[in-house]
Design a protein around this ligand. Sequence first.
Ligand SMILES: O=C(O)CCC(=O)C(=O)O
Ligand SMILES: [Fe+2]
Length: 350
Amino acid sequence: MFSSVKKLAESSISSVVESIPSEYVYGKNNSNEDSIILGDEEAQNTTIPTIDFSQLISSNPVDRSKAIQQLGYACSHWGFFMLINHGVSETLREELLRASQSFYDLPEEDRKQYEGGNVLDPIRCGTSFNLNVEKNLLWRDYLKRHVHPHFHAPSKPIDFSTIIETYCKKSRELIGELLKGISISLGQEENYIHEVINCESGFQICIINFYPPCPKPELAMGLPPHSDHGFLTLLLQNELEGLQVFHNCKWIPIHPLPNSFLVNTGDHLEILTNGKYKSNVHRAIVNNKGTRITIATAHGPQLDDTFGPATEMTSDHNPPSYRATKYRDYINLQQSNELDKKTCLDHVRI
Ligand SMILES: O=C(O)CCC(=O)C(=O)O
Ligand SMILES: [Fe+2]
């Protein structure tokens, strides 16, 4: 078996035979409702919620309140939005994508030390999602690193660590502001979520997904339908598309605006709000044009916090719908099983 799908994609198996090994054929779990994909025209007519970050932090109360209203709508109806005018420079974004590519171009022995191990190791790379439990393999390699409150990065390539650290800090700032807007949209004061979750020392993980070109993209899957474990995930991608979000029983292909971020709600926002803002189900499909790289930063509570619905989000008429769980245990559960829609959240549902 290949230790990375990059290696497989570069080998003669895929380029000459123009097929993929049977273990990469993704067929199961495709129920009828999953297979409805909006065509290009229909998808273009679907308005993806877009949040203008500059308005969200505007000193003009009318602009800010409009942006907060849009944010609340995006969280309650989609669990997904595009973020524009966020202030992260194009240069940083390009450096990050270039450095990510360089990591995957390193000789195998430089990456080997981070392979295998436990699901909560601070630096971990590999292929697919979890080789110990998967029956089908995904067309995806990954590098996962814990970046906050403790920062971990591979020593190579040079500069990688500095670029990622700069980016992850920016990403925390953006998420911090989004959580303020979300707090207000929930009818609370702006620092409400920050205080409930102890935002400054929350856990942040950075995942670099690498999807090489696939000779039979319609047969393979990059990442199957899933929700993310944290509060919010910020996603940046190179020029190749592949993200689809599940909305109103249909898969919507996302065509991000240039230099935008994609943001989705995670299971812990659903838990915190007692189901008011549900986590979004999404997946990543692959293509035969080129390598797609995405960088996801997921933001959650502290690893050792035990977390359930916030008191203000529940009442006698709206009792807690989720059991309080230690975040570390929740991630462990999700990462130790096959990635499958919202099955992890189902474990804590009351
Ligand atoms: O690569 C993508 O488009 C999605 C990535 C993702 O969903 C994840 O890393 O959790
Ligand atoms: Fe995800």
